[in-house]
Design a binder for this molecule. Structure first.
Ligand code: CTP
Length: 448
């Protein structure tokens, strides 16, 4: 007798009644059921983010139903066709939420869409579990980007915004239930805040949140003074709150891979890091009030530029020099700054600017070869490792969705759920604040 093989795919996060009904009916379509379970990485690419269970846990849950004769892992786009041919599947089936989307498989086997069970989904279970009420504070338009990116992360909801410039909120964010210009009012409504206010306000904003037991994700730098940075870290620990450094690059896959690769010794000893971050912004130097609220070149860009330096060479440099070209007499805005850090055996040279434009790449040089990341390196999907012998050169490509912001938000949520450590060490947050303080105080700094 000929056996009918059925194949079906899904994430099966927090296995629920709807999944079991689907698997039962899929099994009833034939004699042998193969279940493909989506790997975490593949899920991320399709936009499913914050899957709660690991791949192993999801496999175990499906196995425990006793309905699958065979379980496989779905890892790449186009795999379904491969699997159908390899297993000689007769029927491909999924729930009716996918109607039409798999018709292209009709060429290889019969496609059956089964009625989806009403009233239950993993998405719903995830958000019931831990919906974090998040408030946003700040005047910059980047706040809209953050809000749009947060929609990709399950388990959080933007409930309020504190801003003095409502005109900068896009239509979607303007619909948020609670909009105020009083920060303390905002804190009454939230479990966590994302702080994008001007860096001179970070200390006050972070402190007020932590005092109320509210978790904080702040756009780096944490503060402008070391004593404030230390005080906030003690406070966060005492209150059991997450205090997370927001540098989106730290959450980009390509960036993380190149850091690991550089640390692995593949390019030998690291002797030099060269990084530039520039973006032109029109500045009205006569409007002192708004100038005081604008992120200057140092605050806007140096945390990102410093990240690879501190991650690869450590935070214990021997000496540094910050040379800044100022755009105004009050020294509020540096058109650009050049930063040099000298380490035992290595040197780092950075260029950050909002008043100039330059090639914004990253080059990490070693005794055997170098890593080259093209501009704009802080949101790259691509890098190369190059050697004297060009035949040894390698290119690496990793897809980056949402410039890393959604993964930064995800890591923050996971840290609150105590499931994941943060990507940026506190020693790095501190070292960034030290650079800010020295720049403001004119220590190791020259202005012209
Ligand atoms: N399914 C179903 N009825 C439900 C939920 C899911 O029949 N109420 C089916 C889906 O159509 C799919 C399989 O179960 O064929 C696996 O679905 P999956 O995407 O893992 O689960 P969802 O609950 O739909 O997850 P999410 O909410 O994250 O989309």
């Amino acid at each position: 007798m000929l056996m009918t093989k059925v194949i079906t795919y899904g994430t099966y996060d927090l296995l629920h009644y709807g999944h079991i009904k689907l698997l039962e009916r899929a099994k009833a379509l034939g004699d042998y059921l193969i279940v493909g379970i989506t790997a975490d990485d593949f899920d991320r690419k399709r936009g499913k983010i914050n899957v709660q269970q690991t791949l192993i846990e999801r496999i175990e849950a499906v196995r425990a139903t006793g309905l699958a004769d065979e379980i496989i892992v779905e890892e790449y786009e186009g795999q379904k066709i491969d699997d159908i041919q390899r297993f000689e599947a007769d029927i491909f089936t999924v729930g009716s939420d996918w109607v039409g989307q798999f018709d292209y498989l009709n060429e290889f086997c019969k496609v059956v869409y089964l009625e989806r069970t009403q009233g239950v989904s993993s998405t719903e279970l995830r958000s019931q579990k831990s919906e974090l009420r998040v408030g946003l504070v700040g005047e910059s338009k980047v706040i809209n980007k953050f809000a749009a990116e947060s929609a990709h992360v399950n388990g959080i909801r933007i409930v309020g915004v504190c801003t003095k410039m409502r005109e900068n909120l896009d239509n979607k964010l303007a619909e948020v239930p609670f909009i105020t210009d009083n920060y303390l009012d905002l804190l009454e409504h939230v479990d966590a805040v994302y702080i994008l206010s001007h860096p001179s306000k970070h200390y006050r904003h972070i402190k007020a949140a932590l005092e109320k037991g509210i978790h904080v994700l702040y756009e780096s730098p944490m503060a402008m003074k070391m004593c404030h940075c230390e005080e906030l870290q003690v406070l966060a620990r005492r209150q059991g709150c997450v205090l997370s450094e927001g540098i989106k690059t730290a959450y980009s896959t390509a960036y993380n891979r190149l850091v690991l690769l550089a640390k692995s010794g593949k390019i030998g000893d690291i002797v030099s890091i060269e990084a530039a971050c520039t973006s032109l912004q029109e500045i009205d130097y006569s409007d002192k009030a708004s100038l005081a609220l604008t992120w200057n070149s140092m605050t806007a860009w140096s945390p990102t530029a410093l990240l690879p330096v501190f991650q690869l060479l450590g935070t214990e440099y021997n000496s540094k020099l910050i040379v800044s070209k100022m755009g105004d007499e009050e020294n509020l805005f540096d058109e650009f700054s050049k930063l040099t850090f000298i380490y035992p055996g290595a040197v780092a040279s950075l260029l950050v600017g909002k008043g100039i434009k330059s090639e914004s790449h990253l080059v990490i040089s070693g005794t055997k070869g170098y890593v080259y990341v093209p501009a704009p390196w802080w949101k790259t999907e691509y890098f190369e490792v190059r050697f004297e012998n060009q035949q040894e050169n390698r290119r690496y490509f990793y897809q980056l969705d949402g410039e890393g912001i959604r993964y930064e938000i995800l890591a923050f949520v996971r840290a609150i759920e105590k499931k994941q450590h943060l990507n940026i060490a506190t020693s790095i947050s501190e070292a960034i604040v030290r650079v800010m303080e020295d720049y403001s105080e004119g220590v190791d700094a020259i202005r012209f």
